[in-house]
Design a protein around this ligand. Structure first.
Ligand SMILES: Cc1cc2nc3c(=O)[nH]c(=O)nc-3n(C[C@H](O)[C@H](O)[C@H](O)COP(=O)(O)OP(=O)(O)OC[C@H]3O[C@@H](n4cnc5c(N)ncnc54)[C@H](O)[C@@H]3O)c2cc1C
Length: 421
C-alpha cells in the first residue's frame, strides 16, 4: 500500500537518469527538501547545479512526513542562546522562528500547489509538568515578538475536539502542507530556474582531484567545485563516518479515509496542526481532503499496512471515540535523522564540501531555510551560517542505538500513547 501522498500529491516531473560525464559548479546528493531548496536558490542566481537522487524527488522523508510546518528548533529560545551564545543563538532563533514564513512565501513566489495553510501549530500537554514547560516556551517566544498564546483546558478542548489536553501553545506562525506536492513543486521550480535533476542516479562514490569533486553513478559522472550532501536519514557510506553522526529513526504515519462531515466538524475543528509534548511525540492534522493523518513512532522498518500501527489507531480513537466508525486507509513510514544535541548539523569536512542533516523531525521548515543558507554560503563564501558549523562527531556504539531507540519507544508507547503510565 503506497503512502497517502502518492494519491493526493500533484504529479512529479519525469526525470532522466544521469548519462555520461558532466561538469557543473555544484553537485548535490539527494533530492529532498534540503537539496531541492539549495538547488532552487543556487539556480535562481544563475549557478550551474546538478542534483543526483537515488530514487525520485521527495522519495525520502520529504515526501512522506506529517506535513507540519513548525516554527523553532527542538530547544527553547533561551536554551539556544545559552548553548551558542546570544549573538549566534539569537540568529538561530530568528532563522528557525521565521522558517514557516519563509516556506509559505517561497510557495507563493513559485506558485507551488501543495495545499499550504497557515493554520497555526499547537504544542499540547497532557501533564502539569509539560504544561508548565510549554508556558515557559511560550513566554520566551512572546518576548521575541512571536504570535503565540497559551490555551488552557477548555480552549484547547474547543480547538481539538478532545478533552485529553490540559493546555497548549498556539503558535500562529505554523501551518501545514502536502509534503510530496511541496517537494515536487520545489523540484519543478528548480528545474525551471535551470537546475539539472536526475532520478534513479545513486551517487556511488566521490573523489577529489585537481580542485574539484567527481561523483560517480552507475551511468555517469559529475565533476564540480562544490558538493553538498543532503541525504539526512538515508545517509549511506558515500562519505566515511557521516552515517554514524546521526541516529536514523523510523517515523510512522496512518491516515483515515475522508471523515464524514459530522465527524470532520468535531476533529480539530480549527484545523491547526498539533504535536504533543513528551518523550515520544504524537502529531496529527486533518488535511485539505478531510482525512485525519496521525504520526508517531512505529516499527523500526518500512511498513505498508495499517495493521502495523494498532497503537496509533487506538490512540486516535481514544482522542475522538466517533472515529470507531471510520476506516483507516494508509500506513507508511520513513527515516528521519536525530542528532545527539538535537540541533541540525552543518559540516564542512573538506574543501568545497558541505553537509546538512539532522533536523530531529522538524525538517519541513528547517530544511527549506537551510537550503537557502547552503546556497548563500556557496555563492558568498564569507557569509556566515545562522547555525553553527561543527566538526563531524560519530556517535559511540552507533550500532546499539536502534536498541536504545526501541526501548524509549516501548516505554513511551505504554505510558504516553495509551496513558497507562
Ligand atoms: C514519518 C515522518 C514524519 C515527519 N513529520 C514531520 C513533520 O510533520 N514536520 C517536519 O517539519 N518534519 C517532519 N519529519 C522530518 C522531515 O520529513 C525531514 O526532516 C526532512 O524531510 C529532511 O529532508 P532532507 O531533504 O534532508 O532528507 P530526505 O527527504 O530524507 O531526502 C534524502 C534523499 O537522499 C537520497 N539519497 C540518499 N543517499 C543517496 C545517494 N548515495 N545518492 C543519491 N541519493 C541519495 C534519498 O533517496 C532521499 O531521497 C518527518 C519525518 C518522517 C520520516
Amino acid at each position: 500500500m503506497p503512502n497517502l501522498y502518492q494519491h493526493t500529491a500533484e504529479p512529479g516531473v519525469a526525470l532522466p537518469m544521469l548519462d555520461g560525464d558532466w561538469r557543473a559548479q555544484v553537485v548535490i546528493v539527494g533530492a529532498g527538501i534540503t537539496s531541492l531548496s539549495t538547488a532552487l536558490h543556487l539556480a535562481e542566481k544563475g549557478t550551474d547545479v546538478v542534483v543526483l537522487e537515488a530514487h525520485e524527488p521527495g522519495w525520502g522523508a520529504s515526501g512522506r512526513n506529517g506535513g507540519q510546518v513548525n516554527p523553532g528548533l527542538k530547544h527553547d529560545p533561551d536554551a539556544v542562546e545559552r548553548d551558542h551564545g546570544v549573538e549566534l543563538g539569537s540568529r538561530m532563533n530568528a532563522l528557525a522562528g521565521s522558517a514557516p514564513a519563509f516556506v509559505f512565501d517561497l510557495i507563493e513566489r513559485h506558485a507551488i500547489r501543495c495545499e499550504a495553510r497557515r493554520n497555526g501549530t499547537l504544542r499540547a500537554a497532557t501533564r502539569p509538568a509539560q504544561a508548565e514547560q510549554i508556558r515557559r516556551t511560550m513566554q520566551q517566544w512572546a518576548q521575541r515578538g512571536a504570535a503565540v498564546e497559551f490555551l488552557d483546558g477548555p480552549a484547547i478542548a474547543e480547538a481539538t475536539g478532545t478533552a485529553r489536553y490540559i493546555g497548549a501553545m498556539l503558535d500562529r506562525r505554523g501551518g501545514d502542507l502536502n509534503p510530496l506536492s511541496f517537494s515536487r513543486g520545489l523540484c519543478r521550480a528548480a528545474l525551471a530556474a535551470g537546475a539539472g535533476i536526475y532520478g534513479q542516479s545513486a551517487a556511488l562514490d566521490m573523489r577529489r582531484s585537481s580542485q574539484a569533486w567527481k561523483i560517480r553513478t552507475a551511468t555517469g559522472t559529475v565533476t564540480a567545485a562544490h558538493v553538498v550532501l543532503a541525504t539526512n536519514g538515508y545517509t549511506d557510506d558515500l562519505w566515511p563516518g557521516l552515517r554514524r553522526t546521526v541516529v536514523p529513526v523510523f517515523g510512522a504515519m496512518a491516515s483515515t479515509t475522508r471523515l464524514p462531515d459530522a465527524i470532520a466538524a468535531q476533529v480539530m475543528p480549527g484545523r491547526s496542526v498539533l504535536y504533543e509534548s513528551g518523550p515520544v511525540t504524537v502529531y496529527y492534522r486533518v488535511d485539505g481532503g478531510g482525512r485525519l493523518l496521525i504520526g508517531g513512532r512505529g516499527p523500526m522498518r518500512e511498513i505498508s499496512s495499517t495493521s502495523a500501527l494498532p497503537h496509533l489507531i487506538a490512540y486516535a480513537r481514544r482522542l475522538w471515540p466517533s472515529l470507531a466508525e471510520v476506516e483507516w486507509s494508509h500506513a507508511w513510514g520513513g527515516r528521519l535523522a536525530m542528532t545527539r544535541d538535537q540541533y541540525p548539523h552543518i559540516h564542512e569536512p573538506a574543501e568545497g564540501m558541505l553537509v546538512c542533516l539532522g533536523y530531529n523531525g522538524r525538517g519541513v521548515a528547517m530544511a527549506t531555510v537551510m537550503g537557502a543558507q547552503l546556497a548563500r554560503r556557496i555563492l558568498t563564501p564569507s557569509a556566515d551560517f545562522d547555525m553553527p558549523v561543527t566538526n563531524m562527531k560519530t556517535i559511540g556504539l552507533h550500532a546499539l542505538w536502534p536498541i536504545a531507540v526501541r526501548a524509549v519507544i516501548a516505554r513511551g508507547r505504554l505510558s504516553d500513547f495509551l496513558g497507562v503510565g
